[in-house]
Design a protein around this ligand. Structure first.
Ligand code: NI
Length: 177
């Protein structure tokens, strides 16, 4: 078990596009996924992308457990998604509040596609092909943006909708991605 440091906005590695995984049998890939999982859990994140711990590979993980305080957020099973390809299933965009472990203590209102298909591979190299919507779609878009060097503040349309979590949502214990 290894908890890794999460890079913060300002580190150029977060702005660098990640490379595809080519060797799914590599022990270093398995160790990367274990470290990402441990790091996400200890920080109570909803998702994590490899570049956030300084590894420039196209690997993201995410998981959203049901939370009685946010009954509208459906739970998302723990997923390892490698070399992802996203295809929007609707032109419709919806604004929603996001946080990020690389932008700690902040929240911003970000437009995302409401429905999309994502394809890629799991940790064993088996294909993944899911069509999802709502919060699940938002989390995937946030994580895959990290692989393209995009942090969510870059997508905020009106920076008046960007601020400190404790001020915007006092008393709430929100997850970051
Ligand atoms: Ni993030």
């Amino acid at each position: 078990m290894a908890i890794r440091d999460v890079l913060k906005m300002g580190d150029p590695r977060l702005l660098t596009p990640a490379l595809p995984v080519e060797d799914f049998a590599s022990p270093s890939l398995a160790q990367l996924i274990v470290d990402m999982h441990d790091t996400m859990r200890v920080l109570n994140g909803a998702g994590l992308a490899a570049p956030q711990i300084g590894v420039g590979l196209q690997v993201v993980i995410f998981e959203v457990n049901s939370n009685p305080r946010y009954p509208e957020a459906e739970s998302v099973p723990f997923t390892v998604l490698i070399n992802p390809l996203l295809t929007p299933l609707s032109d419709e965009l919806e604004e929603g509040w996001e946080g990020c472990l690389s932008v700690p203590g902040m929240r911003g209102l970000v437009p995302r596609h409401t429905a999309l298909r994502y394809q890629g591979f799991d940790a064993a190299g088996q294909p993944i092909d899911r069509s999802v919507n709502a919060f699940h779609a938002r989390v995937v878009q946030h994580e895959v943006d990290h692989l393209h060097g995009i942090l969510y503040p870059l997508r905020i349309r009106d920076l008046r909708n960007f601020g400190f979590t404790e001020t915007l949502f006092p008393g709430q214990n929100l997850q970051d991605d």
